[in-house]
Design a protein around this ligand. Structure first.
Ligand SMILES: Cc1ncc(COP(=O)(O)O)c(C=O)c1O
Length: 423
């Protein structure tokens, strides 16, 4: 563990010795009102634009302009196989095998497609368990799945809640829910890293527990992909889905990722929706054949994919490929630990970090509860050029992202915090 120190010199020294420091230059950093780089701490919401995204998107635009429909087969990177370029790189980011990962659709849509296959309720086993503070879209999605199958959404939803007076969910409570209600639960769907608290759950432990009780287990990895070591294959999870516009820097509302465990790769008996892109690639363009399911996660695709959106992800994934998740996580832990150290050194009870302090139980995001839900703290920081976010009722989220944030960013953030809290 690093011996953190106060003072700007320490931050500068860390940046000087940071092997990943140069990656910051590969991103566009929004400016503050003085024309200086803002302190961008909100990559957990929307990642910054990689500078090479423009070239990759331009390549597609040029191929489209010059080749028209022939771009499907003759573009520099042909559009019919474009998503395959991404699948392999994405698989490394989330710790999966290439056959388990596909880039398609959007996150909530993918959760629904996954539930079409893995939520198989019966009269007696139909409930869905989620974490209490799941992202609203996930909650709405599972409620609508319950209703779609004719169940009462309230009655069918089980919440894994933190103990009274605590902020974080704990595994003993999960175990006792499963001991008492495991036979009623058809599906467990958990946010791998909770969007509000930043708590990174033990995916393997949850999956093992769920499977022991006969439940399907899936994860929403929106806040995990490109942030923590998800090891999706080893976790044994049945499925996972994530967006790519946060830590994966692929642009607002961009196309999402999806994981289906290898053990389901060749199972043709799962309920699923189909389209021509889930059909055997070799015969897809013959158009007259009986449906022939593609194996693996690709078999869940429906439509031919949006290549312009994929070009942006390609730009970002190349950077991930170059750095590798291991080095990224190593820096992430140092950088977030530094933020935690400086905030703790402020010695104030005006703020309280609710994210776990064990680096294995969090990614780069720290969630900070503000006393009396005083949103003016957030507004003043914003005025001082800090880009972060506020989540009701009382939390500010800061994500020093190892690909583009520096130790100096973290130092400057806490200096501004000091200013705001003094006033
Ligand atoms: C954890 C989580 N789940 C779901 C969503 C919804 O994503 P989308 O609008 O891409 O479906 C988000 C969006 O930020 C999220 O953070």
């Amino acid at each position: 563990m690093l011996n953190y120190q106060l003072g700007l010199d320490f931050a500068l020294e860390q940046d000087k010795n940071d092997a990943l420091a140069s990656f910051r230059n590969q991103f566009h950093i929004p400016k503050d009102k003085h024309g200086k780089d803002s302190i961008y701490m909100v990559g957990n919401s929307l990642g910054l634009q990689p500078k090479n995204a423009q070239a990759y998107i331009s390549e597609v635009l040029t191929d489209w302009a010059t080749l028209g429909v022939d771009g499907h087969f003759h573009a520099k990177n042909p559009w019919t196989t474009y998503h395959e370029l991404l699948g392999e790189q994405m698989a490394k980011v989330v710790g999966a095998k290439p056959i388990e990962v596909v880039v398609m659709n959007t996150l909530t849509a993918n959760l629904h497609f996954m539930m079409a296959s893995f939520y198989k309720p019966t009269k007696t086993r139909y409930k869905i368990l989620i974490e209490a503070d799941a992202f609203p879209s996930d909650k709405y999605a599972v409620e609508s799945q319950l209703q779609h199958h004719g169940f009462d959404a309230k009655e069918g939803l089980i919440l894994w809640k933190p103990k009274k007076g605590e902020d974080l969910a704990n595994y003993e409570d999960l175990e006792s829910i499963l001991e008492s209600q495991g036979n009623d639960i058809a599906l467990i769907l958990i946010g791998a890293v909770n969007y509000y608290t930043g708590q990174f759950f033990d995916l393997k432990r949850i999956t093992k527990l769920g499977h022991k009780h006969g439940c399907m287990v899936g994860f929403d990895c929106a806040h995990g992909a490109g942030n923590v070591a998800l090891n999706l294959h080893d976790s044994g999870a049945d499925f996972a889905a994530w967006c790519t516009y946060k830590y994966l820097n692929s642009g607002p509302g961009s196309i999402a990722g999806c994981f289906v465990h290898e053990r389901h790769a060749y199972n043709k008996n799962l309920n699923r929706f189909a389209g021509w892109w889930s059909h055997n690639k070799e015969t897809r363009f013959k158009m007259r054949d009986e449906f022939d399911q593609l194996p693996g996660a690709e078999g869940w695709q429906l439509s031919n994919p949006p290549i312009l959106a994929m070009a942006a992800i390609r730009a970002s994934l190349e950077l991930f490929e170059e750095v590798g998740m291991e080095k990224l996580i190593e820096k992430s832990q140092r950088l977030t630990g530094y933020l935690e150290f400086l905030l703790t050194e402020l010695g104030t009870d005006a703020i309280n970090i609710i994210t776990p302090n064990n680096p294995q139980e969090r990614g780069c995001q720290l969630s900070i509860q503000v006393k009396h839900a005083d949103k003016s703290v957030f507004n003043k920081l914003t005025n001082l050029g800090v880009m972060s976010d506020w989540r009701e009722p009382n939390v500010m989220r800061f994500a020093p992202v190892p690909l583009y944030n520096s130790f100096q960013d973290v130092y400057n953030l806490v200096e501004r915090f000091k200013k705001v809290l003094k006033n």
